[in-house]
Design a protein around this ligand. Structure first.
Ligand code: GUN
Ligand code: ZN
Length: 450
């Protein structure tokens, strides 16, 4: 549940800190660089930001003696997770049976998104969605609302009130979608300009030029979207690319003069360092080079790729080629907002291709890795002085099976990675104890649910 607290300006959290200082890559667990484990440390938070981290026995600085210590003995304190691709309105269609991408959009998703034309639905949906993110330990997200301007306004307003880092923008789609879900180029441009003027750079919010995907925009709309990216250099761009084979074929038919699906976006200036492209399963080597040269990122969406039968993203190949990859739930194509569950799915996707994803690489990617890919590493992704206090506190295990397995991992000589991997593989939102956004508690688990 969400607890609207009026937390004191200063807080001290005490527990076992885990975060990252570098990309562990696909190195074996014991050779992985950048893992920072600080047991029983204290995190001093002042006015929403981390002020200092103290080792056991270190004295509090002047003026902090009266601040109560919030102790979480034996529990894990981590930077909040960053979900780089998720659809707010699709909580309504999560776990829908029986279709691949294009049928899934028409059968389930588009009807659900039409309801967001109603401002009351948009506002209630935004509230439900943000509460759900926090209840899964996610403190920041790159979000698709709907084509309706009000759906983006609702997210901006509610995230802004919590000082949450949120990247979103109204969805652009002017064809191949039902009535009530299409915009037109001129009105869409005016709406985007207005949203940029009112929300971009306010609080911790950023606007994203949000092209649903190439099939639902005309070439004119893509040109307009590229113009927005060029005129507003600090904005992000989010879209889908090369997710599903039928989709890729359809894009080739719709844009016969483009070299590839990615090229449809690239030739209109949509690909830059702030571009977040979901999926990218069916890209070729040249596409990946284009993304790397622009510093754009793929938002790898493991549970969605499995659930919609889209394909197996080759993360190790992307890493070898120097491409930035973040992790995303892609709910409602994805089946869980839990980044832990998505990491466990990512492990299985790599395992099917002969690669082993360590817990270090997965946890790095959902924290500092995502912050870096978004250019926000000075703001979030680590438990480090100066960063916003976006923090999640976790239990290592919930329930008898996980508790038993965790106890064995703790006792083994394999080290911390085994424990972290068991947590990543068996854990989910039920392990979450508390979530802070900018130093304020936004979620607290009720009671002991062991
Ligand atoms: N491609 C275009 N729209 C969507 C969407 O809503 N979800 C997913 N997974 N892929 C898309
Ligand atoms: Zn998506």
């Amino acid at each position: 549940m969400t607890v609207p607290t009026h937390a004191p300006q200063r807080r001290i959290l005490q527990g076992d800190l885990l975060d990252f200082t570098a990309d562990p890559g696909f190195a074996a667990p014991q050779e992985a660089a950048g893992v920072r484990w600080r047991p029983d440390h204290r995190v001093l938070i002042d006015q929403g930001r981390i002020q200092q981290v103290l080792a056991p026995g270190e004295a509090l600085p002047e003026g902090w003696q009266g601040v109560a210590v919030e102790a979480y003995p034996g529990q894990l304190i981590m930077p909040g997770f960053i979900d780089t691709h998720v659809h707010c309105p699709q909580l309504d269609v999560i776990a829908s049976f029986g279709t691949e991408l294009l049928d899934w959009l028409n059968t389930y998703t588009f009807p659900a998104e039409r309801r967001y034309a109603d401002p009351a639905v948009s506002h209630a949906g935004a509230e439900r969605f943000l509460n759900a993110l926090w209840a899964h330990g996610t403190t920041s997200a790159v979000v698709f609302p709907t084509v309706h301007k009000v759906s983006a306004e609702a997210l901006f307003e509610q995230a802004g009130a919590r000082q949450m880092r949120l990247v979103t923008g109204k969805v652009l789609m002017n064809r191949h979608a039902p009535d009530g879900l299409r915009d037109d180029v001129e009105q869409a441009e005016r709406d985007c300009e207005d949203l940029i003027a009112r929300f971009h750079g306010q609080h911790r919010q950023a606007f994203a030029v949000t092209v649903r995907f190439a099939p639902t925009s005309t070439p004119e709309q893509l040109r307009m979207a590229g113009g927005l990216c060029q005129r507003h250099a600090g904005t992000y761009m989010q879209t889908h690319v090369a997710e599903n084979r039928d989709e890729v074929r359809w894009v080739a038919e719709l844009y016969p003069d483009a070299r590839s699906y990615l090229d449809v976006y690239d030739r209109d200036g949509l690909i830059g360092p702030r571009a977040v492209l979901a999926h990218g399963i069916w890209l070729d080597e040249r596409d990946r080079a284009v993304l790397r040269e622009h510093g754009a990122q793929i938002a790898h969406s493991p549970s969605s790729n499995l659930f919609l039968g889209s394909g197996l993203f080759d993360w190790a190949q992307a890493q070898r080629e120097g491409l930035a990859v973040s992790l995303a739930s892609d709910v409602g194509g994805g089946t869980s907002l839990s980044m832990l569950r998505n990491m466990a799915d990512a492990y299985k996707i790599q395992a099917l291709q002969g690669t082993r994803l360590t817990a270090w690489k997965a946890l790095y990617t959902a924290t500092l890795g995502a912050a870096r890919a978004l250019g926000l590493q000075d703001e979030m992704g680590q438990i480090e002085p100066g960063r916003f206090a976006d923090v999640a506190i976790w239990d290592w295990a919930r329930g008898p099976v996980a508790s038993h397995r965790d106890a064995l991992a703790r006792a083994s000589h394999a080290g911390l990675h085994e424990r972290a991997f068991v947590w990543m593989t068996l854990g989910d939102e039920r392990n979450l104890v508390s979530t802070l956004v900018a130093g304020q508690t936004v979620f607290e688990a009720l009671g002991d649910t062991h």
